[in-house]
Design a protein around this ligand. Structure first.
Ligand SMILES: [Zn+2]
Length: 70
């Protein structure tokens, strides 16, 4: 996939490309912008506060899971 387009956006949760005109932009209090491709990602990111590396349907998924330091 080419990343030369100026308006490239990747879903903050699943890491997939969000086409122009799609997705939801979330602006945090500190001014940073997060794009999500779908309501599913938005819900997982904001409401459920899940780690995308733990879910197989995201491109950020890490095989075998994420090691969490105790
Ligand atoms: Zn997504």
């Amino acid at each position: 996939m080419s990343k030369s387009t100026a308006s490239i956006r990747d879903c903050f949760f699943c890491g997939k490309h969000v086409p122009t005109g799609h997705g939801t932009m979330l602006v945090k209090n500190d001014g940073s912008i997060q794009w999500t491709c779908s309501n599913k990602c938005k819900k997982n990111l904001r409401k459920l506060r899940r780690d995308p590396r733990r879910f197989k349907w995201t491109e950020k998924y890490v095989k075998g899971g994420v090691r969490v330091k105790k």
